[in-house]
Design a protein around this ligand. Structure first.
Ligand code: FAD
Length: 425
C-alpha cells in the first residue's frame, strides 16, 4: 500500500514514524521544507534566545535507513481524488491512500494591508525574519536623534493567546536584561511593548486563573496590555486600533488568527469554517474514501467530548497521527477500526523567565515549578538527541547568563550567482 502524507508537522511525522514500521506500507512524505520544526518554541527563535537549528530537524536524517520511506520536497498544489494523485510544485505523485496534514497558515481576516505589512509567527522563516527585523530596528534607532526613535522601538503584538503572551514576556526580558548590554540608554528607555486582544482576557483557551496570572506578570514587566481592542489597520507604520488610538510602530507582530491550508480538489462541501476539512472519527474526509486529514487542518465530527471539533494543539495532531497508523493497519487486515477520542493532557504557557502557567485536567499551578515543568515538557518532543542536548545547553546558558545567542543579523542574498543556480531554475 502506498501512503502519501502531505505535511511533516506533528501529525504527519507521528503517522510516518508508525507507518514505516509496517512492512507492507510504502511511506511517501511531502513537505515544502526539508525539515520538521517545533512551533511552540518559535517565539524563542524570533527573540534571539535560541537558534533556529535548536528546534528543526531534517526529514531525510530522521528517516535514515528506512527502506520504505521516500521524501519529496515540494509545495502541494492540488489533489485529484478521482484518479488518486496529488501535484506538487515539482512532480505528480500517485497514491493508494493520501493523508492531508499541512496545518494552518496565518489568517489576516481579508485585510490585505495587514497581510503585507504585519509580521507573522508561523514558521522558521517568519521567526528568523522577525528576529532580523527586531535587530535591524534597534540598529536604525541607534543612528537616529532621540526625538525620532520611538516608531523603531515600539512593538505591537496582536493576539493575547499563548503565542502573543509568550513573545510579549520574552521581549520584556530582552528589554530588561539583554538590550541594555548592546545598546545605549537612549534606545532602552524608548522601548515600549503593546499586547492587544479583542477579547476581555488573555489566554482565552486556558483557565481564568491562567489568564489573570499572565495579565499580572506581564503588567509588572511593563507590557501595555489593551483588552477589548482590535487592530483595525496598519499603514505607513501606524497601527490603528478600534478604540481610535494610533501608535507609530515599524513592528506589528501578528499572532492573532489561523486558517487551514487550502487544497484545491477537496470538494467545497467538505470544507468548514476557517478552511478546516470535515473528517469522521477515523480522520477520513467526509465523502472521500481514500483521503484522510489530521491535526490542525481537520475538523472532526463525532468525538462526544468535543462536539465543535478539537482545539488546534500539538497533542491532538500527535494522537490522531498515531491512531491513523494503527487504523490503516487494521483496514488492511479487515479488522474493526478504533474511533478517535482526544485525551487532554493539559495545556501550558510560559509568561516570563521563571514564570509559567499550567492547566491540568484536574488543577492549575503557576510560578517557578510550572516554568520548570514547561521546559521539561518542551524538551522531550524536540527531534534528535543532539538537538535536545544543544537546546538544554542553550537554555541553561541563556537563563543563567542573560546573554543568549550572538544576535547576528544574517539574511539570505536575494540573487544567486550563476554557479549557484538551483537545478530547477
Ligand atoms: C507559534 C506557535 C506556538 C504554538 N504553541 C503551541 C503550544 O505551546 N502547545 C500546543 O499544543 N500547540 C501549540 N501550537 C499549535 C501547534 O503547533 C499545532 O497545533 C500543531 O503544529 C499542529 O500540527 P499539524 O501536524 O496539524 O500541523 P503543523 O505542525 O503545522 O505541520 C504542517 C506541516 O505541513 C507543511 N506544509 C504546510 N503547507 C504545505 C504545503 N502547501 N505543501 C507542503 N507542505 C506544507 C509545513 O511545512 C509543516 O511541516 C503553536 C503554534 C504556533 C504557530
Amino acid at each position: 500500500m502506498k501512503v502519501v502524507i502531505l505535511g511533516g508537522g506533528f501529525a504527519g511525522i507521528h503517522l510516518a514514524k508508525a507507518l514505516v514500521k509496517q512492512d507492507n506500507v510504502e511511506v511517501h512524505l511531502v513537505d515544502k521544507n526539508n525539515y520538521n520544526f517545533f512551533p511552540p518554541l518559535l517565539y524563542q527563535v524570533s527573540t534571539a534566545f535560541i537558534e533556529s537549528y535548536n528546534i528543526s530537524y531534517p526529514f531525510r536524517r530522521m528517516f535514515q535507513n528506512k527502506k520504505n520511506f521516500i521524501f519529496h520536497m515540494g509545495t502541494v498544489l492540488n489533489i485529484n481524488t478521482q484518479e488518486h494523485y496529488i501535484v506538487t510544485t515539482h512532480e505528480r505523485i500517485d497514491y493508494d491512500k493520501v493523508v492531508l496534514a499541512m496545518g494552518c497558515d496565518t489568517n489576516y481576516f481579508g485585510n490585505e494591508t495587514l497581510a503585507r505589512e504585519a509580521m507573522p509567527m508561523k514558521s522558521i522563516h517568519d521567526a528568523i525574519n522577525l528576529r532580523n527585523h527586531l535587530l535591524l530596528m534597534l540598529e536604525e534607532a541607534s543612528r537616529l536623534p532621540e526625538a525620532d526613535i520611538q516608531p523603531y522601538t515600539q512593538i505591537v503584538i496582536a493576539g493575547g493567546g499563548p503565542t502573543g503572551v509568550e513573545i510579549a514576556g520574552m521581549l520584556a526580558e530582552m528589554q530588561r536584561e539583554i538590550i541594555p548590554k548592546d545598546y545605549s540608554e537612549k534606545i532602552c528607555k524608548h522601548i515600549k511593548i503593546y499586547l492587544v486582544d479583542m477579547d476581555s482576557v488573555l489566554l482565552r483557551a486556558m483557565s481564568e486563573k491562567a489568564g489573570k496570572e499572565a495579565f499580572e506578570v506581564l503588567s509588572k514587566l511593563g507590557i501595555q496590555i489593551k483588552l477589548n481592542v482590535a487592530v483595525k489597520n496598519y499603514e505607513n507604520n501606524k497601527v490603528y486600533f478600534s478604540d481610535n488610538e494610533v501608535i507609530e510602530s515599524h513592528t506589528l507582530i501578528w499572532a492573532s488568527g489561523v486558517r487551514a491550508i487550502d487544497v484545491p480538489g477537496i470538494p467545497a462541501s467538505s470544507i468548514a469554517k476557517n478552511g478546516r476539512i470535515y473528517v469522521n472519527e477515523y480522520n477520513n474526509v467526509l465523502g472521500l474514501e481514500d483521503v484522510y486529514c489530521l491535526g490542525d487542518q481537520c475538523l472532526m465530527q463525532g468525538d462526544p467530548d468535543y462536539e465543535k471539533g478539537h482545539p488546534q494543539l500539538a497533542q491532538v495532531a500527535i494522537q490522531q497521527g498515531n491512531l491513523l497508523a494503527q487504523n490503516l493497519r487494521h483496514l488492511s487486515k479487515n479488522q474493526p477500526l478504533e474511533p478517535f477520542r482526544y485525551v487532554n493532557k493539559g495545556s501550558m504557557a510560559i509568561i516570563a523567565k521563571y514564570k509559567a502557567v499550567v492547566d491540568l485536567p484536574k488543577g492549575f499551578f503557576k510560578g517557578f515549578f510550572a516554568w520548570l515543568v514547561w521546559l521539561f515538557i518542551h524538551l522531550i518532543p524536540i527531534a534528535g538527541f543532539r538537538n535536545k542536548v544543544k537546546l538544554f545547553f542553550s537554555w541553561s546558558w541563556s537563563f543563567l547568563t542573560n546573554d543568549p545567542t550572538l544576535r547576528l543579523i544574517i539574511r539570505p542574498r536575494k540573487k544567486y550567482f550563476p554557479e549557484e543556480q538551483p537545478p530547477h531554475q
